[in-house]
Design a protein around this ligand. Structure first.
Ligand SMILES: [Zn+2]
Length: 266
């Protein structure tokens, strides 16, 4: 009898702990197999960021890619998914958080890949298909939607300061504190949030006044500004440093990566 009481007590305590901590993050599985050679070939061929890493860093990058793919499902909707698609999604996830050793995308379960751009009803034919990617909320919580065309294009054209998948993963990083608002509290000290917001507003004003080479979509709101500026930072860091040194410095501190010294070459 005392054993039953003890067992009930343990269950009750466990339940209470779960109730008090409902957002308890599920454990991620760690890779146990070695990194597949064919994935390494894709990284070498398609991902400039990976090629610019030292051998040790490449190993760390591979591990994180492997871990990501073990823990997040990537599904095709009206399209087949290849290893290339999987690797490019995972690379987009890892590039922005590469300096954060213990980062895990607990807020992501599945990435849905559509063949082309889509509209707000997720239709891939007809007019008004302008959406290249999005981070889901409400019934799509825990999901990201990407157009395969835009995913591939982000890694093919390395000079246009655009990478849709990185853009969407930066929204997820921003969302980790609960709100997609351009203020990734998880990456910054609290006292840094207000100056960062003021600075973003100043840079958005430059976009409105037509005095900026930053993608005008960044003028939509602070969340889009942060994601658009991050795409620029990871795609054309040297150009960003030259044209927007202060913005470059902010992003270098936030992402803890000195991108401008990396040899990003085809
Ligand atoms: Zn966006």
């Amino acid at each position: 009898m005392p054993l039953i009481i003890a067992a009930i007590a343990i269950l009750l305590i466990g339940f209470l702990i779960f109730k008090m901590n409902p957002k308890k993050e599920k454990k991620w599985i760690s890779p146990s197999d070695s990194f597949p050679l064919k994935w390494k070939v894709i990284l070498n061929d398609k991902v400039m960021f990976y090629r610019a890493l030292s051998e040790d860093e490449q190993k760390r990058f591979e591990y994180k890619i492997h871990e990501f793919l073990l823990n997040c499902t990537i599904s095709g909707v009206r399209t087949e998914i290849s290893d290339l698609d999987r690797i490019l999604v995972a690379a987009s996830a890892i590039i922005p958080i590469f300096s954060f050793d213990n980062w895990k995308y607990y807020n992501l379960e599945e990435v849905l890949i559509y063949p082309t751009m889509f509209n707000d009803k997720f239709e891939t034919d007809g007019k008004d298909r302008k959406i290249m990617g999005m981070v889901g909320n409400s019934y799509l919580e825990g999901h990201m939607v990407l157009s395969k065309q835009s995913l591939i294009h982000g890694f093919e054209n390395e000079t246009d300061k655009k990478n849709t998948a990185i853009h969407e993963f930066v929204h997820l990083i921003d969302k980790k504190d609960g709100a997609i608002d351009g203020i990734p509290e998880i990456l910054m000290n609290k006292q840094y949030a207000i100056p960062w917001m003021d600075f973003m507003n100043k840079k958005m004003d430059e976009i409105y006044e037509g005095e900026s080479d930053i993608n005008p979509y960044g003028g939509t709101n602070q969340a889009e500004f942060f994601s658009v500026a991050s795409e620029y930072f990871f795609e054309r860091p040297k150009l960003l440093k030259k044209k927007h040194p202060e913005l470059y410095n902010h992003l270098e501190i936030l992402f803890r990566q000195n991108m401008s010294t990396k040899k990003l070459t085809k």
